[in-house]
Design a protein around this ligand. Structure first.
Ligand code: NAD
Ligand code: ZN
Length: 260
């Protein structure tokens, strides 16, 4: 493992590796969105230290837990809507658009990769999305604003208009099973990679954190881009310690246009 903290050196290593790769897979976590003003989970002051997650089984069992979950979702939705994709999101969207990255696997639920222009067929959302809700029984979609209006009107957590089932924000909560199709796509992409770049994730949440391991096992190079130490630094070929936006900036068309 080689740890690089110098920005210019980190950019050079990343650019050379991406140029040499034929099948780049990008993998992101909450750290890619902190430069857009959305706090991550495990950094000091992050969400983890402020509130414990609501477990799936508690959501299903308790109206009180559901109402608390919804309150948090409304707050987060407002935060997501106020945020804009940053240089890191834009650079990654450019890599996908130019065919340099075959897939972008994300643990994020904030919708910023989507808004930066990554098409659905290249984006793999492991933990769902916080930008809308769905019925737990029939999967019918409900908008977050609709759920908010229902709670304001009745004081109760919303039910599905189609089947009466519980409606929940479309994120994968702790204790909830992973989406099978997304997981299968992510595993296939990881095994196809010859370069796997994991950016902005502490790589502690499983099974997501198993993907860089799977890629490495079939011979991909592994580059970790993260401000702090991660659980998989020892497995990486190179660890780039620094801000994602600055390290990826050379791949951001808007920044390049501004510079010329
Ligand atoms: P994490 O909070 O565990 O780790 C984030 C990592 O990013 C940290 O190690 C931190 O050092 C690093 N980081 C933060 N800002 C950075 C920057 N600008 N440049 C470089 N590195 C930076 O996040 P995780 O591994 O994604 O796990 C958190 C879980 O919580 C995920 O499952 C995710 O679904 C969810 N979550 C999502 C969001 C979001 O959608 N934006 C936000 C918080 C939590
Ligand atoms: Zn339903």
């Amino acid at each position: 493992m080689n740890i690089v903290s110098d920005l210019a050196e980190g950019r050079r290593i990343l650019a050379e590796a991406i140029d040499a790769a034929k099948r780049l897979v990008l993998f992101t976590g909450a750290g890619v969105s902190t430069e857009s003003g959305i706090p991550d989970f495990r950094s000091p002051g992050g969400l983890w230290s402020r509130m414990r997650p609501i477990l799936f089984q508690d959501f299903v069992a308790s109206e009180e837990a559901r109402l608390e979950d919804w309150r948090r979702r409304f707050h987060l939705m407002a935060e997501f809507e106020a945020a804009q994709p940053n240089a890191g999101h834009r650079a990654m969207a450019g890599l996908v658009a130019r065919g340099e990255a075959i897939a972008l696997i994300t643990q994020n639920i904030d919708g910023l990769h989507e808004r930066s222009g990554v098409p659905e067929e290249r984006l793999i959302r492991l933990h769902g999305t916080g930008t809308h809700a769905a019925c737990l029984d029939c999967d019918a979609r409900m908008e977050i604003a609709e759920a908010e209006a229902a709670i304001a009107a009745t004081g109760r957590a919303p039910r599905c208009p189609a089947c009466g089932g519980l409606v929940k924000c479309a994120v994968v909560s702790f204790g909830q099973s992973m989406p099978e199709a997304e997981m299968a796509r992510a595993e296939a992409a990881s095994r196809a990679a010859d370069l796997f770049v994991a950016a902005g994730s502490s790589l502690q949440v499983h099974p997501a954190a198993g993907l860089p391991v799977a890629a490495r096992r079939v011979g991909a190079r592994l580059i970790i881009v993260n401000r702090d130490e991660t659980a998989l630094d020892g497995l990486a070929d190179v660890v780039l310690r620094g801000p994602i936006g600055r390290l990826f900036e050379p791949f951001d068309q808007a920044a390049r246009d501004g510079a010329t």
